[in-house]
Design a protein around this ligand. Structure first.
Ligand code: NAD
Length: 462
């Protein structure tokens, strides 16, 4: 782990599984309560100086981004071995994290004058909060950590970061790399089980919790934050609909739709998780998606040419298997895939499910894996109602040849990002967050940066 700038070992460790083999391939440190206290104290101590010099912070974030970029070949295999994604995708993830650090290094901090007259000069400025407790999931450990590190540190906060116990190693390694250029204590990285997350959210030091993960855990985090009124950003699950309009060309959109659903083997909070298709086009769309699924190359992420790795962990593998089996038992048809693959590891066939509707578990729940239900609709208003009829509201997309009409329909989706003729198009400048149970607050862009600040009014009488 990295605490106060030092590499720290622990007495206990826990096994980390390579999902391509199903075997424990490494041990990760199990942080004790004492060590967490040390990490929090180191972050609190570092905050005193880190908050004071904005120019130094920008310089350090640039150096951190450059260093991460230069070390992608070292970090990417660590990520593939514990997460499962193909090495090329792991490399893009490291580079993406570096791009995020460098984007925020240059982002302007808003400072507004709201009154400047004979009676007063009134400015609204932003101040850092203190120590941020950051908790991340297993699907994109590095990029999702960078969404927190970059804005939090630029704003003048310091951090204690905890990755998922399924994917701790790449984040621990990234923490080591970044600490080569960050002052000691600014970014501390600890690892352990879920209980460590609970200790962090209940800890008296952090003033802010930045959490990415499931809705169920997000609610626990919100409850843990309440007694101390800690500030909170929650990036939670999604069940993104893609609605195809009646002027869509199935052949033209199939590859993009498939990519929007199966990126990272479907393990993306804002992946397409259900597709709504006009009845007339239904069979063509199902077949066009099935063609994509059958052609997808699945295998060990370290093998050249593999496009999709295994599902990350056993519980998730079992959940996806169960949701697909439930759909098939309920009368759905697997137009492609439909079952786990032979051999060791958590591999599942890229699956397209047809002949099912809302009410099937895999349509109503977040599957978070390589299985996509396609449902038909007769009436667009009804499709929108079904798309919106969920506790989730992360993102969604509308697809059609008439982009203006598609944009009008997209505006009726109840979600944080409404894409038109694309899905999963993200950038560090674009705020990202969810309506309803998909989150509280946003990450990224100026709006994400402001989430790591408190407002201060500086009112000078004249
Ligand atoms: P999870 O909620 O099980 O775990 C997320 C993190 O929370 C892990 O680090 C875990 O150790 C920690 N944790 C567990 N219990 C805790 C507790 N009581 N207090 C504090 N921390 C605790 O989620 P997961 O299975 O790792 O990730 C998958 C979920 O994350 C999906 O629902 C997915 O949609 C969501 N997700 C959301 C976004 C987004 O930006 N909206 C991005 C990626 C993933």
């Amino acid at each position: 782990m990295t605490i106060g700038g030092a590499r720290v070992a622990t007495q206990d460790t826990f096994g980390v599984v390579n999902p391509a083999t199903g075997e424990v391939h490494a041990q990760a440190p199990e942080c004790t309560r004492d060590q967490l206290d040390q990490a929090m104290s180191a972050a609190a101590e570092a905050y005193r100086t880190w908050k004071a010099d904005e120019a130094a912070r920008r310089k350090a974030l640039h150096a951190a981004g450059d260093l991460l970029m230069a070390r992608s070949a070292e970090l990417a295999p660590i990520l593939t071995a514990e997460q499962g994604k193909p090495l090329q995708d792991a490399t893009f993830e490291v580079i993406g994290a570096a791009i995020w650090l460098k984007h925020f290094a240059d982002l302007e901090m808003p400072r507004e004058v709201i009154q400047d007259d004979a009676s007063a000069l009134v400015e609204v400025v932003r101040r850092p909060m203190g120590v941020v407790a950051a908790i991340t999931p297993w699907n994109y450990p590095l990029i999702l950590a960078s969404w927190k590190i970059a804005p939090a540190l630029l704003a003048g906060n310091t951090m204690v970061l905890k990755p998922s116990p399924f994917t701790p190693l790449s984040t621990l390694a990234m923490g080591g790399v970044l600490n080569e250029v960050l002052p000691p204590g600014v970014l501390n990285v600890v690892s352990g089980g879920d209980a460590l997350g609970g200790w962090m959210t209940a800890h008296p030091v952090p003033r802010k919790i930045s959490f990415t993960g499931s809705v169920a855990t997000g609610k626990k985090v919100a409850a843990a934050a309440a007694p101390d009124l800690k500030r909170l950003t929650l990036e939670l699950g999604g069940n993104d609909p893609a609605i195809l309009l009646d002027d869509v060309d199935p052949e033209a959109v199939a590859a993009k739709l498939f990519a929007g659903a199966f990126q990272n083997n479907g393990q993306v909070c804002s992946a397409i998780k259900r597709v709504y298709v006009p009845e007339r086009l239904y069979d063509d769309v199902v077949e066009a998606l099935a063609v994509q699924a059958r052609a997808a190359k699945v295998g060990d992420g370290m093998t050249e040419g593999v496009q999709y790795g295994p599902i990350n962990n056993k519980p998730q593998f079992e959940r996806v298997s169960e949701l697909v089996a439930d759909a098939l038992a309920g009368g759905a048809r697997a137009a492609a895939g439909g079952k786990p693959m032979d051999g060791p590891g958590y591999f599942f066939e890229p699956t397209i499910l047809a002949g099912l509707s809302d009410g099937a578990r895999i349509v109503d729940e977040e599957q978070f894996g390589p299985a996509l239900p396609v449902v038909s609709y007769r009436d667009l208003d009804d499709a929108l109602e079904r798309a919106n009829g969920t506790h989730f509201g992360l993102s969604g997309s509308v697809w059609g040849t008439d982009a203006d009409r598609a944009a009008e329909v997209a505006g009726r989706l109840e979600c944080g990002t409404a894409w038109v003729n694309t899905h999963l198009a993200l950038s560090p400048a674009q705020p990202f967050g969810g309506f309803k149970w998909s989150g509280v607050g946003v990450e990224n862009g100026t709006w994400g940066l402001l989430g790591f600040t408190e407002i201060q009014v500086v009112h000078r009488a004249r």
